[in-house]
Structure formats: structure tokens, C-alpha cells
Design a binder for this molecule. Structure first.
Ligand SMILES: [Zn+2]
Length: 463
């Protein structure tokens, strides 16, 4: 069923083929007929259309017939053709196999790699063709996926999170006085977290991340919920500290995002030139307006506004639960501010140290809850074209320099065909009103009939 038609996917083989014969063949074509297109942007589908894929790109989108006699034909049967999904904040290496970061420290490297590979495949077969990893390791898994060695989505990675002493990325025991990067397993061996204080150390950490293959940088700009050394209201970095990372990122033609929840931390980060925000649920209406006005991309984990979060095992510790309660109280009016000012929200699930099964439930519930708050169309746009726009912020650093998250001529051929119309009914993409009490499910959805990434079929039940 799986055919290697993509230029990127065959690149590895081309370099091995001494004759170079493969490179001279015309790129393979696939013609999808009889589909209604959700293009990643519009509220209405393009009815009764056809899409021609050539190599790894979308070549033609038309409501007229497309002449492509050599193309592989796929009759969509009146279903919806849409872009593959994008999760703009996850942690592909931090899987539930290890339960805690201490568990990751104790794990063997091949266990971490194997578990991350399984996690990546799970994303792809659930319909995610791109993910953005906002903290964890380097570009190793991405490179093997891109060479076609293992299966998974496209990956944009931040590498290690960069945070200060006693910040959200400082997972030391509170009695540990010294920090030695050379001796630190999370920092040096696993490249999960880098403790950096002051502009010079932040520059070094930023550049080290680029050496490890980061596409962008993530700084911990304020306190977090699940960690113990950083009060939720605390400020982690000054403007000049964040600006040092922004400059280092600009030298690599890319951007900085921040973990931040409060007005003070978000505004410091925006003053420093940050272009994207992770979390941010506790900000005021004025700050939501600023985020919208400045075109900042916002990886808002919408399910995080649901008080059901109190059932999350990551927040069960007595030191953490009060933080979660103050967070839920501080975020209770956010949905209204977002509906009013319409910032660029990107769909994300932020699974961290979750089992594969809980990751699925979390993804399914996030789709449902987002659509309940802001509507099906807003959810779909956030998971396709807005995520694709955020991907482009990586500039010359972009591992995939074409367009993602849209069905249009010249964009990457990352395509789903689904039963029904997701604009009316998100159940066809697996949205589920149950979260912690969701029944376990297998990988993938019967209603997703075709999964194509970079012109390659990973699933096709329409033959
Ligand atoms: Zn996260």
C-alpha cells in the first residue's frame, strides 16, 4: 500500500544509486477525484473538486477535470479532502514509558529513541503530519523520519528548553546548591533542559541548541504549574536576557517562543522580541489584545481551561495542586477575551510524560473542547493553516521550506481524506467529549481514509 513517491523520501536512496537513474524519472503523480476540499482556511468547502499531487507537492486544485493519464487515481467518493493536522506544542521524547524526568534520566538511550519513534508513528496514524516539539533532545528522530527510515510526522524541534536557576526547567532537588552542566544528565546527555543565567549563558545555550539541530528556541520566561522551584507568578528572565536569545535566533533566521502564563512574563517576552507564546492562560484582556495586534502565535492548550485538569496525574502532588487551582482561577475569563480579539491560536496538546493511550485521549479531547469553545472552523484552522504559518517563522532554518497546513497549488502534499464534513462534525477526526474517562482506543480512526505526507501514502482505504 505504501509507495515511495516523494522526492524527499527517495533522497536517501538517490544518494546510494550510483547510476542516478531514479532521479531522472518523472515524479510520480496521484490524482484525487470527487472530493470536497477544506483548504485549511475557508469556512466553506470547495465542492466537487479534484487535486493532483506530483512528487511531494500539490500541483493542481480544480473543480474542472484534471488531465493526468499516468497518475494513480483515488476516487474520494464525495468525502472531504483536507490538510494533515499540525500539533504545535508537544514533547515527542518525553513519553509515559518513563513516567517522570527522573525516569528519563535513568533510561537507556535506545529506550528513549524507541519510545519516541513509537510516539511519532502514533501521531502520524492519527492524522498529524506535522508536530512542533517545544522542548526535548535534538533533530535525530526527525532526520530518520525525513529519510524514510522510520515513520512519523514532520518535526520542528526547539531542542533543550532554556531556563534560569529556579525556573520551570530547573528540575534539581531543592537541596542541591551547585549546578554543573557537564555533570547534568538532563542537560548534557538528554538535551532536555539547559540552565542558563544572564545573556552570555543564554547565548551559549541558544547556539548549543542550534548545534543539536533546533529549528527555533524555547525559553522559560516565567513559573510553571507542574514544577516545584518556580512559583506560578514568578518572573524568570529580564528583557535583556530574553533579547539575547532573540538575537541568537535571528542570527539563524529563526525565532524564540516562551513558556509564560502571566501578564508580567508575557509582556516582558513581547518587549524582548519574542514571536510566539506557549500557554499564557492567565493574561488580562489588554494583553490578549496586544498578542492579537502584534500577530503573535499562541500555542494555547485549550483543554487546560477545563477544571477536569484537576484529575491530571502530573498535577496530583500536594506542592503542585495549589498552583493548578490558582492557574484555573486566573484563566477563567480567557475564552471571552480570545473570542473578542481573535489572536492567532495554534492547536496543541502539550502531552508530556504521557502514555501513548493517554496521549490519544488528550488529543481527542483537545479537539472536542477547542471546538466547544471556539467552533469547529476555528479548531480546524488552528490545526492546519495557522500551524503552517507558525512553521514558516523558522525562515532559512526551516527543515521544510514549503507551505504546510493548506490545500493549494505548490503546498506540500500533506493530505487527509475523511468521511463526512469535519466543519460540521469533528467526530470524523476523532474529537471526543470524554478525556480522563475516555475508553482506550487503537491507533488511528476508520473515518480517516487517506493519510498522505510529503506525497507518500501512509494509509489508503479507498482502493
Ligand atoms: Zn510543554
Amino acid at each position: 500500500m505504501k509507495t515511495l513517491t516523494s522526492l524527499t523520501a527517495i533522497a536517501g536512496f538517490v544518494s546510494l544509486a550510483a547510476s542516478g537513474a531514479l532521479a531522472q524519472d518523472a515524479p510520480a503523480q496521484t490524482l484525487f477525484t470527487n472530493v470536497h476540499i477544506f483548504d485549511g482556511i475557508s469556512e466553506e468547502r470547495i465542492e466537487n473538486a479534484n487535486v493532483l499531487v506530483e512528487g511531494n507537492l500539490i500541483k493542481t486544485v480544480s473543480t474542472d477535470g484534471i488531465d493526468a493519464p499516468d497518475a494513480k487515481l483515488v476516487d474520494g467518493g464525495g468525502r472531504t479532502l483536507m490538510p494533515g493536522l499540525i500539533d504545535s506544542h508537544t514533547h515527542i521524547y518525553a513519553t509515559g514509558v518513563f513516567q517522570t524526568f527522573a525516569g528519563m534520566q535513568a533510561a537507556k538511550w535506545d529506550q528513549i529513541g524507541a519510545a519516541a519513534t513509537e510516539n511519532a508513528a502514533d501521531y502520524l496514524y492519527d492524522g498529524y503530519t506535522t508536530i512542533r516539539d517545544t522542548g526535548g533532545m535534538g533533530s535525530g528522530l526527525r532526520e530518520l523520519i525525513d529519510r524514510g527510515v522510520v515513520e512519523g510526522p514532520r518535526i520542528y524541534t526547539a531542542g533543550a528548553v532554556i531556563g534560569p536557576t529556579s525556573g520551570h526547567g530547573d528540575w534539581r532537588n531543592p537541596t542541591q546548591r551547585t549546578y554543573d552542566y557537564e555533570a547534568d544528565e538532563l542537560g548534557k546527555r538528554l538535551n532536555l533542559s539547559y540552565i542558563a543565567d544572564g545573556p552570555d549563558e543564554i547565548r551559549k545555550a541558544s547556539r548549543l541548541n542550534f548545534a543539536h539541530g533546533a529549528s527555533f528556541l524555547k525559553l522559560m520566561a516565567g513559573g510553571g504549574v507542574s514544577s516545584e522551584l518556580d512559583p506560578l507568578w514568578s518572573v524568570a528572565y529580564s528583557v535583556d536576557e530574553i533579547a539575547a536569545a532573540v538575537e541568537a535566533a535571528s542570527f539563524f533566521d529563526t525565532y524564540v517562543t516562551v513558556h509564560a502564563y502571566t501578564d508580567e512574563t508575557v509582556n516582558i517576552a513581547l518587549d524582548a522580541g519574542v514571536k510566539s507564546l506557549e500557554h499564557g492562560q492567565m493574561v488580562s484582556e489588554e494583553t490578549v489584545k496586544r498578542i492579537a495586534d502584534e500577530g503573535i502565535f499562541w500555542a494555547l492548550n485549550v483543554a487546560g481551561l477545563d477544571p477536569q485538569l484537576l484529575n491530571h496525574p502530573n498535577y496530583a502532588m500536594p506542592t503542585v495542586k495549589p498552583k493548578l487551582e490558582s492557574y484555573l482561577d486566573g484563566s477563567k475569563n480567557l475564552a471571552d477575551y480570545i473570542k473578542k480579539h481573535k489572536p492567532k491560536v495554534v492547536h496543541n496538546v502539550d502531552t508530556v510524560l504521557s502514555t501513548i493511550g493517554f496521549g490519544r485521549s488528550h488529543r481527542d479531547f483537545e479537539k472536542y473542547f477547542f471546538s466547544q469553545m471556539f467552533g469547529n472552523h476555528a479548531m480546524l484552522v488552528s490545526a492546519t493553516s495557522t500551524g503552517g504559518e507558525l512553521a514558516q517563522l523558522t525562515g532559512k532554518r526551516n527543515p521544510y521550506p514549503g507551505k504546510l497546513g493548506v490545500i493549494e497549488e505548490g503546498a506540500y502534499a500533506d493530505i487527509l481524506i475523511v468521511d463526512g464534513n469535519p466543519l460540521d462534525d469533528l467526530l470524523v477526526l476523532g474529537a471526543n467529549p470524554k478525556w480522563f474517562d475516555a475508553a482506550p482506543r487503537d491507533r488511528g480512526f476508520e473515518t480517516i481514509r487517506v493519510i498522505m505526507k510529503d506525497g507518500v501514502f501512509y494509509k489508503n482505504t479507498l482502493e
